[in-house]
Structure formats: structure tokens, C-alpha cells
Design a protein around this ligand. Structure first.
Ligand code: HAM
Length: 461
């Protein structure tokens, strides 16, 4: 067989790909499509602006960390660790996990990079994806993004109030109504006393027998969590339980009062919520959550958002956080007080969509450059770069040949003017300028394009 023929046959074999079964994305994971980015850009911009204004500096941590980091920080008995972690043993037999939250990794980074040597507090801004093997439903994903702020190395209640105020500004500047829920779960000392009271309460009058199966187990391992169980029978009993704020020691009570006073001073509305305890082990003193306000309008909402709204706001919190004064030391650092919060960005975006808040379409431009023929295309490609570099908002469709197709793209992009270059214009040293609203076309001197555009665009403002 001739050599040439063999080579061709081999190439055909390589490129003959069998059409395979379609593999879709994993359950609970989302693609973010180009049309969605206007929402993402808006919330990320707002988060970045606020963080910068209040002195938080951005930090990123790896998506993979040691599994033990979360077991030790978030809590071995927490739902996050026992049920929701994506963890596995890697090729070196190391137990690792996809981060289910950012706080343990941020505290690790604080200790590992010796940030305790910097002027305190260290204020950190973090934004990125987290992973939880949760049951997917409206507003609950297995990969989602959080915006976190953490103030590490600050015992003052001003820090708690500043963070709560920031969450409030974040939502109000996005025109979203929220209800801030706040409570204090005291320190290890006063909580110990409270837990005895709670234990006695649940043992009285056959209350234990009425609890859901999970709460029966929680009673021995994590009794505080009984207070925020979502089951109806448990909620009813929790409503009558002794309140932790009545058991706070003087220091914890004063701290809480100060936080509330600062919030009052800033006119920030909040609800004192005695059953708010949060599901992670590291919290002490102030805990808070941001719930969607139940007073929001209901018309014209997408089905997904409607389902989300109809569920209990507690399950659909837009954000949450609190103080974690023991976590840095527990993670191997010096005793260091800290507090922080995380906001779930997918839930915020759902709310923005639900409210139909008008957003600027960032893909839109002012000027479109159209060409007819290959010589004109080459010239227009150069002109495009020139105008783009001069700061003008220009758009193009170089791959299209027909003027009709190019004008369709220009219309979609909402441009004010289209410049059209053909063979005749190249010969004459001119270019056509088309007013997209009136459809009127004029011939202008090619050398005067920049001046003409500036004049017309400034008249148009
Ligand atoms: P978290 O309450 O577990 O707190 O999560 C914060 C926010 O993430 C929630 O309020 C919610 O908006 C969003 N979220 C949680 N699970 C999901 C999910 N499956 N799908 C979509 N969004 C979700 C923490 O993560 C703490 N590390 C917050 C913190 C920072 N505390 C102190 N510093």
C-alpha cells in the first residue's frame, strides 16, 4: 500500500469521533450564562465598593483544604460537616474537602501568614464559590457563591455593628427589602448555664417525645440547634423555651446592648430573634441573619423565585454571620477576637430578578463599524482598534459579510451610530455615518471620523 494512503487512513481514524451520550451538569450545579452576567457584575461591584469604603482588603483562599480544617472549625456535629461536605481521599491518601464555607480558610490564612503581626483588626473581603452537598431546590445549590467580610482581631461591639450595617447597606443599595434577625448566644460560660436550663425544659412535660427524630439526637450532641429546627412541632416547642438572652453574663449582655445601640444610632432596623442560633460551632455572642422581607410584592415573579418566597424565610436566608472569638486560637493561632458574615450571591440575584430591577445592558455600545468587502474589512479592523483605544464604546461583527446582517447586530446592541465603509468610500477617502434612530445616512471625511463622533455623541448626551 502506498505510504500516502496509509497516512490518510490513520488521520480519518483519529478524527472519526463517535457521537456520544450527552453528559449534563451535576445536580445542584449551575452554569452562569452570558445573559446573567449583568446581575453578577452588579452584586460584585456593590460588594467591592462597600468593602473598599469600609477598609476591607480582598483575599482569596484555595478551593481545596484539609478536611480536618472544617471538622475542627465548623463543628464535627454540624450538618455542614456530617451531611453536606464534598470530601474525598486524594492520590496521596490525604483527606481533603471542597470548601463548604470561607471562614475556616480565612482564619487559617490569617494564622499561616502571620497577619497577627499587622495592625489589628485585619479586615478581609472574600468572594468565591463554595460547595455543599445539600438537597437542591429553589435558591439552594451544591455550588454557590458567597461574599464574606471578616474583621479579625477586634473585640469591640462596633465591629459587629459595622458588619450588620454593611449587610443592610448592601441590600438597601440593591433596592432589596430585608429583615435583619439578631440574637446573642453568649460565651462558653453563660451558655453552659443556659444549656442546663434548656435541657431541663425539653425533659419537662414529655416535650422530648414530641420532637422530630433529628432533634432527639441533637438534644445530646448539639442542644442549641433545637431552637432553630424547621419542623413545625419543634418550632412550636422552641417558641416556649427559655431565652438565651436572659442567661447572658454581664460582659455578654453589655456587648449585645452596645451592638444594638450602634445599630439604633445608624437607624438600622432589626428583629430581636431569641431562637436564632446559627448552625456552625464557632459562634459566640452576636449572631445575625438577613432574611428576605415577607412584605415584598408578588406580581410577575419567575416560578423559581415564587417557590423560594413561599418557603420559610429562615431556610432562605440571604446572609448570616456573627462573632467567633475562639476560632483563631482553636485553629492554632493566638487568642484573637473576630466576627464576620457571608451573603449568598445566587439568592441575592434571584431577588433582584424577582423585583425586575432595571439593569444597564453592558454589552450595548455607542458606535458600530460595518464593512463591505475584504479591503474595507481590513481597514475597519484597524479603525475599530483606534477608536476603542481612544475610549469610545465601539462594537463590530467583522465575520459578517452582508450589510443587512451587520445592521441587525448594530440594532441589537442599541448603538446610536453605524459607520459604513465600502469600496466606493475607500476610493473617495470618506465613510458613511448612519443615525440608527432616524435611518439618515451622511458622507463624512474619513480623516474627520474622531471629531465627527465626538461632536455627535456630545450633542446626544
Ligand atoms: P451560612 O449561613 O452557612 O454562613 O451561609 C451564608 C449564606 O450562604 C446563607 O445565608 C445563604 O444566603 C447562602 N447559602 C447557604 N447555603 C446555600 C445553598 N445551598 N445554596 C445557595 N446559597 C446558600 C456561613 O457560611 C458562615 N461562614 C458565615 C460567616 C462568615 N460567619 C462568620 N463569618
Amino acid at each position: 500500500m502506498p505510504k500516502m494512503f496509509k497516512k490518510k487512513e490513520a488521520e480519518e481514524k483519529i478524527f472519526k469521533v463517535k457521537r456520544g451520550k450527552f453528559i449534563s451538569r451535576l445536580r445542584g450545579m449551575k452554569d452562569i450564562l452570558p445573559d446573567e452576567y449583568k446581575y453578577w457584575n452588579l452584586v460584585i461591584k456593590k460588594a467591592s465598593e462597600l468593602s473598599k469604603a469600609y477598609g476591607f482588603r480582598r483575599l482569596e483562599t484555595p478551593i481545596l483544604e484539609n478536611l480536618e480544617l472544617y471538622e475542627r472549625s465548623s463543628g464535627r456535629a454540624s450538618d455542614l460537616v456530617t451531611k453536606e461536605m464534598f470530601s474525598f481521599v486524594d492520590k496521596n491518601d490525604d483527606k481533603i474537602a471542597l470548601r463548604p464555607e470561607a471562614t475556616p480558610g480565612l482564619v487559617r490564612a490569617y494564622v499561616e501568614h502571620g497577619m497577627f503581626n499587622l495592625p489589628q483588626p485585619v479586615k478581609l473581603f472574600w468572594l468565591g464559590p463554595v460547595f455543599r452537598h445539600d438537597k437542591p431546590q429553589a435558591g439552594r445549590f451544591r455550588q454557590f457563591s458567597q461574599f464574606n467580610l471578616e474583621t479579625i482581631g477586634e473585640p469591640s461591639p462596633v465591629a459587629d455593628a459595622e458588619l450588620i450595617a454593611l449587610t443592610y447597606y448592601f441590600f438597601s443599595e440593591l433596592q432589596l427589602e430585608v429583615a435583619i434577625q439578631i440574637n446573642s448566644i453568649g460565651c462558653a460560660l453563660c451558655r453552659k448555664e443556659y444549656l442546663v436550663k434548656l435541657d431541663n425544659f425539653y425533659k419537662e412535660r414529655g416535650r422530648r417525645a414530641k420532637l422530630c427524630q433529628t432533634c432527639k439526637k441533637r438534644l445530646a450532641k448539639n442542644p442549641l440547634r433545637l431552637l432553630d429546627c424547621k419542623e413545625k412541632q419543634c418550632l412550636e416547642i422552641a417558641g416556649e423555651a427559655p431565652q438565651i438572652v436572659d442567661s447572658l453574663c454581664d460582659d455578654c449582655r453589655n456587648h449585645f446592648i452596645k451592638v444594638l445601640e450602634y445599630l439604633d444610632g445608624l437607624d438600622i432596623p432589626y428583629n430581636l430573634n431569641p431562637t436564632l442560633v446559627r448552625g456552625l460551632d464557632y459562634y459566640n455572642r452576636t449572631v445575625f441573619e438577613i432574611w428576605p422581607s415577607s412584605a415584598e410584592a408578588t406580581d410577575g415573579k419567575p416560578a423559581e423565585a415564587e417557590a423560594l418566597r413561599n418557603e420559610q424565610p429562615r431556610q432562605n436566608a440571604l446572609g448570616g454571620g456573627g462573632r467567633y472569638d475562639g476560632l483563631v486560637e482553636h485553629s492554632g493561632g493566638r487568642p484573637t477576637e473576630a466576627c464576620g458574615f457571608a451573603i449568598g450571591l445566587e439568592r441575592v440575584i434571584l431577588k433582584i430578578k424577582e423585583k425586575n430591577i432595571p439593569l444597564k445592558d453592558e454589552e450595548k455600545g455607542d458606535i458600530f463599524l460595518a464593512q463591505l468587502g475584504d479591503q474595507a474589512r481590513r481597514k475597519i479592523m484597524l479603525l475599530f482598534e483606534e477608536l476603542r483605544k481612544s475610549g469610545l464604546s465601539v462594537r463590530q461583527a467583522f465575520t459578517k459579510d452582508s450589510l443587512k446582517a451587520q445592521l441587525e447586530v448594530a440594532n441589537k446592541m442599541g448603538v446610536k451610530y453605524t459607520l459604513i465603509l465600502g469600496q466606493k468610500e475607500i476610493m473617495d477617502g470618506t465613510i458613511l455615518i448612519r443615525d440608527m434612530e432616524s435611518g439618515i445616512q451622511e458622507v463624512i471625511d474619513y480623516k474627520k471620523i474622531a471629531v465627527e463622533l465626538e461632536k455627535r455623541l456630545s450633542n446626544n448626551k
